[in-house]
Design a protein around this ligand. Sequence first.
Ligand SMILES: *[C@@H]1O[C@H](CO)[C@@H](O)[C@H](O)[C@H]1NC(C)=O
Ligand SMILES: *[C@@H]1O[C@H](CO)[C@@H](O)[C@H](O)[C@H]1NC(C)=O
Ligand SMILES: *[C@@H]1O[C@H](CO)[C@@H](O)[C@H](O)[C@H]1NC(C)=O
Length: 303
Amino acid sequence: MVSTCKFKGRNMETGLVFLIPILHLLLLVMCPQGMEGRDIMDRRIRAKTDGDDGHETTHHGHAHHAHPSSHMHHMDHSLMIFFTLKDLKLGKTMAIYFPKRNLSKSPHLLPRVEADLFPFSSKQLHHLLQVFSFSQDSPQAKAMEDTLRHCETAPIKGEIKSCATSLESMLDFARSIFGLDNTFSVVSTTHLTNSSTHLQNYTILEEPKEVLAPKMVACHTMPYPYAVFYCHSQESMNKVYKVSLGGEDGDRVDAVAVCHLDTSQWSPNHASFQVLRIKPGSSPVCHFFPADNLVWVPTSTSV
Ligand SMILES: *[C@@H]1O[C@H](CO)[C@@H](O)[C@H](O)[C@H]1NC(C)=O
Ligand SMILES: *[C@@H]1O[C@H](CO)[C@@H](O)[C@H](O)[C@H]1NC(C)=O
Ligand SMILES: *[C@@H]1O[C@H](CO)[C@@H](O)[C@H](O)[C@H]1NC(C)=O
């Protein structure tokens, strides 16, 4: 089952109660100065340098993530998430990368009152590095700088974006997209087995199911000492799917995927075009979401 929960967009308290079953791991309060957040960043940065579990920054940040074509000579496994609409059918087999990260070790979302104690601005980076005790030239400092810069970059045409540092700010953003009177729910990729293989061939086991969603908000985790989600919504048509996958080693994944029907505004250097060997606007581009990404979709029809 793909995790789903529902709540009324307007009622934050009710929303939080309903969210707890799915987000309980993320919601555990942690002290951002504590070792936990630092450890996680350290581990993630190490994993990234080792070329494994490297799906840290989103490759679907569209214009923001232009990969030079030289990149493709030794293709990053974490790019093996893209496919085209015609691949989305029962029985199709393709190589897919899923970071197998233990979600209970991810940094937790802070309550807004705590998150708001930290300035979230690259102008304050120097101060933030002192707060979190990272030296200026450390990989952690670089990761924080990259995240802040990514969050401060202007959205591309037709895109609305916001970096959420708390659950409340993520819900506020979703509410601003879907409208105050609409309900919305979250879907995410769920791993049904404990396979530790990150990249392998998966076969689509059932007819993919479309999640009817005239609008969607995708939230991607960003490397930072506490949980930061880069959330964005696009005006262009997207389709959200639930896809049941079986891996060669017996791995089972209920994956969430999105297909972007219009990619004409994306940078020609977008990684997906190089992986799929297509040009901007020539064909829909789809990708799977890793398990720690959240996809918000409206549940009422008036959006
Ligand atoms: C994930 O991490 C937690 C906390 O360290 C641990 O208790 C749990 O066994 C881990 N789960 C898996 C599947 O490795
Ligand atoms: C996965 O591992 C965890 C902890 O090691 C265990 O509790 C759980 O039953 C395992 N799940 C499956 C589907 O094998
Ligand atoms: C997937 O299967 C194809 C065809 O059998 C094979 O060439 C490829 O190496 C496999 N990919 C992975 C990641 O195992």
